[in-house]
Each structure stands twice: as structure tokens, then as C-alpha cells.
Design a protein around this ligand. Structure first.
Ligand SMILES: C[S@@+](CC[C@H](N)C(=O)[O-])C[C@H]1O[C@@H](n2cnc3c(N)ncnc32)[C@H](O)[C@@H]1O
Length: 257
């Protein structure tokens, strides 16, 4: 096995994180540039350094994927969720159990929470990511102008405190409805009984085999009639294979079983 192959195997043994489930060329490129920046001659040397420097492992985990997010990302999709999907999902249900998976720094779950509150839908919202450091930032809830540029003015006034330098902090009342915790889509048990799962802009990193497992697990996580909302480049090719049916662009409904 080459240096990189051994590294992948050892990282799995050490952290449970399976780099083999991520597309190899892309992952190798990212990690090679990380290794060079950290000035290790080989992946083997970097692995040894993990034992000496726990912050290195943290920085490494932070490099696995891109973390960029923004509020109301692809805003027309959120409009469709609000106007077409949520009214049907919420009818005849006392509350909605929602899950924002791979939520990064929190823009996505906060977006969903604002919409649900505006619609007066009682909800429980889980927000998860593999990376603890982004979850800490999500809980703090401070954002720069780029992240908040698509937040409608009435939401900005209601749920954000303006700070210096065009920054904003999410108000406690919005944070209260959301439970942030660490979750690895590749190895942890999935929540049950979800009415809505939002998982966007992470599937692009995974191999086809890993995607298949994740879509299956999402489908099992949804109640019949529940909806999976994916990223705008992440159309599911054969949704029926997972017991899902297309509902709106980039949204799939779990068919009754
Ligand atoms: C580009 S961000 C997506 C943020 C948000 N969902 C959005 O669309 O704006 C990708 C996120 O996926 C997370 N991620 C990568 N691998 C993961 C895994 N195996 N399980 C859970 N989250 C993962 C990363 O830590 C990162 O925060």
C-alpha cells in the first residue's frame, strides 16, 4: 500500500473517519496541500505527528471538506420549500421533526428555523456536522456580510443583532429551537422519525458507494411522506431505489411503505 493508502487506513483506525468514502482524487489533492503547508515530508510523518499534536488532527479534520455556507443558499429552493412543501408537510401534524445534516457553521439550520417560525409551525430541529469546530461557530452564531446577504430584511431585523464591521449575531430566541451536535454521516446512527431532512453540498464529496448508503439511511430516517432536501447540484439519479419520489426540484418524498 502506498503512503496515502496507509494513511487512509490509519486515520480510519484512529478516528473512525473513513476517507475512502470520499472521492479519492479530490481528497488526495486537499490533503496533500494540507500536508505540504504543515511541512511534513510524507503522510506517514504527518500521522506520527497526530500523536504529539492534537490540534493538528483538528486542523486536518477541518480540511477534509469545504465549509462554506450562507443563509438562504439558492434562495428559490427555500421559497419552494416554504410555499409548496412545508404547508403540506405541516398539515395534520402537531409539529415537525427536522434535521439539517452537514450543517457547517449553522446558516442552513438558522434559515430553516426562521422560515418555520414565520409559518407558525412548531418544530424540533437537529443540526449536525462531523466537524466540532464548525458546530462551535454555529452555536456562537456570528456572521459576516457575505453569509447574510440573502437574509430578507424583516428576518434580519427580527433575528439578528448588528455588530461592528457589518457583522451580525443570531439572537438567542432563534438559537433556542436548534440542537447542534456532532454526527458523521458515514458511521453514526441516524435520527428516526424525521419529517424533513436538509442535506446540501456535502454529497458531492462522497463516492457513489457511500452516497448509496447515505441515501438509503436518509430514507429510513424519514417518516412515510417525509421530505429530503438536497443541494442544487446533487440531484438523486434513481430515487426509487431508495424508496423516494421526486416532489419538487432537489426535493424527494419518502413513499409510504
Ligand atoms: C460545504 S459544507 C455544507 C454546508 C451547508 N449544508 C450548505 O449547503 O450551505 C459541507 C459540510 O459537510 C461536512 N461533512 C463532511 N463530511 C461529513 C460527514 N462524513 N458527516 C457529516 N458532515 C460531514 C463538513 O464538515 C462541512 O461542514
Amino acid at each position: 500500500m502506498d503512503d496515502y493508502g496507509q494513511f487512509v487506513a490509519q486515520v480510519y483506525r484512529k478516528t473512525g473517519i473513513n476517507l475512502a468514502d470520499y472521492k479519492e482524487a479530490q481528497m488526495k489533492r486537499r490533503l496533500t496541500s494540507f500536508r505540504d503547508r504543515e511541512q511534513y515530508a510524507s503522510f506517514h510523518d504527518m500521522l506520527e505527528a497526530f500523536n504529539r499534536d492534537p490540534t493538528l488532527l483538528e486542523r486536518f479534520l477541518n480540511r477534509i471538506t469545504i465549509k462554506v455556507s450562507e443563509f438562504f443558499r439558492n434562495s428559490e429552493r427555500w421559497q419552494s420549500l416554504q410555499k409548496e412543501v412545508l404547508p403540506v408537510l405541516a398539515s395534520n401534524r402537531a409539529h415537525l421533526k427536522c434535521w439539517s445534516a452537514a450543517c457547517s457553521t449553522g446558516e442552513e439550520p438558522y434559515t430553516l428555523a426562521m422560515i418555520l417560525k414565520e409559518m407558525g409551525i412548531p418544530f424540533e430541529l437537529l443540526a449536525t456536522d462531523i466537524d466540532r469546530s464548525v458546530l462551535e461557530r454555529a452555536k456562537t452564531g456570528e456572521y459576516g456580510p457575505q453569509a447574510v446577504r440573502h437574509v430578507p430584511r424583516h428576518f434580519r431585523e427580527q433575528y439578528f443583532i448588528p455588530l461592528e464591521d457589518n457583522r451580525f449575531r443570531v439572537k438567542a430566541e432563534l438559537k433556542r429551537g436548534i440542537r447542534f451536535f456532532q454526527h458523521d454521516l458515514l458511521q453514526d446512527a441516524y435520527p428516526e422519525g424525521c419529517h424533513l431532512i436538509v442535506c446540501r453540498n456535502v454529497m458531492i464529496y462522497f463516492t457513489d458507494e457511500a452516497k448509496t448508503r447515505i441515501y438509503r439511511a436518509f430514507s429510513d430516517s424519514l417518516v412515510p411522506g417525509g421530505v429530503l432536501f438536497v443541494g442544487s447540484t446533487e440531484q438523486i439519479l434513481r430515487p426509487a431505489d431508495y424508496g423516494l419520489a421526486p416532489l419538487a426540484p432537489f426535493m424527494y418524498q419518502r413513499v409510504s411503505s
